[in-house]
Design a protein around this ligand. Structure first.
Ligand code: NAP
Length: 477
């Protein structure tokens, strides 16, 4: 990789459209990168006005053309992935290579749904009594509010925006305050790809509740799709009950990573590094607890410690860096508290365990063993580069430990025994399972959780269903 100059960094920042002003902080320095518009409640309502006005026309927009807008946007993002990756790294912190991977992943939702736009169909059936006919059709839900988090600044947007456009919905989009820049660029790219005015209306705001509150209680809104913490998801569900909004909730996780004695340990360590360290551990799918069969637990922990301890920590724009900063001081303090709580109750840090001194929110990759059952680190979403490793004695104990959480997004299982694999997969209370692989995200697959990780699916053929209503017509022959 060639070295990135400050001029190149400034160039990508300069071209983002901006008005009135919230500071965007660089997690790798703590400095302000630039400022973006700070929407008021009135601006948010104006955004909904535009979505409502554009709604009927866009619902009739030819599906092929809706698909082609998405396809052109996919091509543009792919062609501009270097500059978009730099922008993402500046606002979110992750290494450039990871930003590029997110851009490829995020763009892929646009391509997938460009292909789905022309596959929205219905059914014609003879009524069981032979006398009437049943006709069903699928129609766009209507104006949607899409709220996204900071950890995947582009992909969490395209996972909603792609199917919404394909289905013929209009929308108000609110990205996280920490990472508005990638979404602003996406909106510009979609506009250049031919998305009609009023279809996508973006608000960046210093107060999420003051801006989205009036939109959620507006009877013209039909759907809310939210990706973020379980805590905020609960609040939004409550607010949405007033108008009985259609809801999709992609919430927090506490993923178990289970390694059986019969697993290929090299493959398990490799998968564990991906499941733990992708996105600096700041992923809802991040392996949060490693449950490892007792005979191999120590060896697994030592190998993880060796690998994680040798990962290069630094600014995401620097060559060879594998671990960027955490998003902000609050997040880093939370990670430190979880580690301190575990160590205070008898856990041992094989490597790491500390924040780095100096500018930016860096935290050393950490492996913990001898974890007591009541350690907070096993219960709460860590959202950082910390791997707690705990032994188990048999399959039932492993499944019980994996399910001992309010969350149910994803689990990872490593075993070479097919029968065991299927037994364990069936016993896990999660929406997704990685079987002998450390990553499940795939735009062609239904992503989503159960229990307090939420409901609804994003990606795959299921993802567009979230933006469609079924109308049934009883036909009298
Ligand atoms: P968050 O604090 O819940 O924020 C998510 C979004 O909600 C942001 O845009 C935020 O805006 C907005 N928000 C906050 N309070 C709000 C309110 N009262 N009303 C309306 N909107 C509000 O979550 P986060 O810290 O950004 O993201 C991390 C969380 O997301 C983790 O729990 C992670 O597991 C989860 N996540 C889940 C998935 C999944 O697919 N299941 C994927 C990625 C992340 P502001 O930025 O202005 O506060």
């Amino acid at each position: 990789m060639t070295t990135i100059s400050p001029t190149q960094e400034q160039q990508v920042l300069d071209q983002v459209p901006k008005q009135l002003y919230i500071g965007v902080e660089a997690p790798s320095t703590g400095d302000t990168l630039c400022e973006v518009a700070d929407a008021s409640a009135e601006d948010a309502t104006a955004a909904l006005d535009a979505a409502v006005e554009a709604g009927p026309e866009f619902a009739k927009h030819p599906p092929r053309e809706r698909g082609e807008i998405l396809r052109r946007a996919f091509d543009a993002i792919t062609a501009r992935s270097d500059e978009l990756a730099l922008l993402m790294t500046l606002e979110m912190g992750k290494p450039i290579a990871e930003s590029k991977a997110e851009i490829a992943y995020g763009a892929e939702f646009l391509r997938w749904y460009s292909e789905q736009a022309v596959r929205i169909d219905g059914r014609y059936a003879v009524s069981p009594n032979g006398q009437g006919r049943l006709l069903t059709m699928q129609q766009p839900v209507g104006p949607c509010l899409l709220i996204t988090p900071w950890n995947f600044p582009l992909a969490m947007g395209t996972r909603k925006i792609g199917p919404a456009i394909a289905a013929g919905c209009t929308m108000v989009v609110k990205p996280a305050q920490q990472t508005p820049l990638s979404m602003l660029m996406l909106a510009k790219i979609l506009e250049e790809a031919g998305l009609p005015g009023g279809v996508l209306n973006l608000i960046t705001a210093s107060s999420a509740s003051k801006t989205t509150g009036p939109v959620i209680s507006d009877p013209r809104l039909r759907k809310l799709s939210f990706t973020g913490s379980t805590e905020i998801g609960r609040k939004l569900m409550e607010q949405s009950s007033e108008n009985l909004l259609r809801l999709s909730m992609e919430l927090g996780g506490n993923a178990p990573f289970i390694v059986f004695e019969d697993a290929d340990l090299d493959a398990a360590v490799e998968g564990a590094l991906i499941a733990k360290m992708r996105n600096i551990g700041e992923a809802c799918t991040a392996a949060n607890r490693f449950h490892v069969a007792a005979p191999v637990a120590e060896q697994f922990a030592e190998r993880m410690a060796e690998k994680m301890g040798s990962m290069r920590v630094g600014r995401g724009t620097e060559d060879g860096v594998e671990v960027g900063p955490l998003i902000d001081d609050k997040q880093r303090t939370k990670v430190q508290e979880l580690v301190d709580n575990a160590v205070g109750h008898g856990a041992r840090a094989l490597v790491g365990g500390h924040a780095r001194d100096g500018a930016g929110y860096f935290y050393d990759p950490t492996v913990l063993t001898d974890i007591p059952d009541d350690a907070q680190v096993l219960r709460e979403e860590i959202f950082g580069p910390v791997a707690p490793v705990k032994g188990f004695s048999d399959e039932d104990e492993a499944i019980a430990a994996a399910n001992d959480t309010e969350y149910g997004l994803v689990a990872y299982v490593y075993t070479n025994d097919l029968k065991r694999a299927l037994r364990v997969v069936e016993g896990l209370e999660t929406g997704m399972v990685g079987l002998n692989q450390g990553m499940v995200s795939n735009p062609a697959a239904p992503f989503g959780g159960v229990k307090q990780s939420g409901f609804g699916r994003e990606g795959g053929p299921e993802g567009i269903e979230e933006y469609l209503e079924t109308k049934y017509v009883a036909v009298n022959l």
